[in-house]
Ligand binder design. Sequence first.
Ligand SMILES: [Zn+2]
Length: 127
Amino acid sequence: MNTRWNDLISFFKMRKARNLEIEGVSVFICQWMKGHGCALPPFGILVGPDHNQDLIRHEFGHILQYKSRGFFRFYFQVGIPSLLNLFLLGLEKWISGKNQIIPLHSELTVEKEANALSFSYFNKIEK
Ligand SMILES: [Zn+2]
C-alpha cells in the first residue's frame, strides 16, 4: 500500500491485521469501533477489535451490494441512509436512554439485504 493510505490508516488509528481479509477485501481493525463494523468500499471493511466472523461476513454483504450497485448508488442507497439511521438511533438513545440501536438498525431493508447476499454467497462456496 502506498504512503497516503498508511497515513490515513494511522490517522484513524486502524491497523490492517496481517492476513485478515475476506474474499480479497481488506479488513482493518479499528480500536474505537467496539462491537461494530463498517464497509467502506473500495477501501475495505473496518471492524472493532472484538469482531467475529458473522460481523465480517455481514460487512462483506455490503461489499456485494457495492459490486452490484456501483459507487454512487451504493453510497446514496445504502451507505448514507444506514449511517443516518445509526445517527438517529444514537440520538434517540441519548434522549430516551433506550438502547435499541442494533435490533432496529438490523431491520433496515439494506441491512437485511446485506445479510441475505452474504448468506447465499458463502453457502455457494461452502457447498
Ligand atoms: Zn450493515
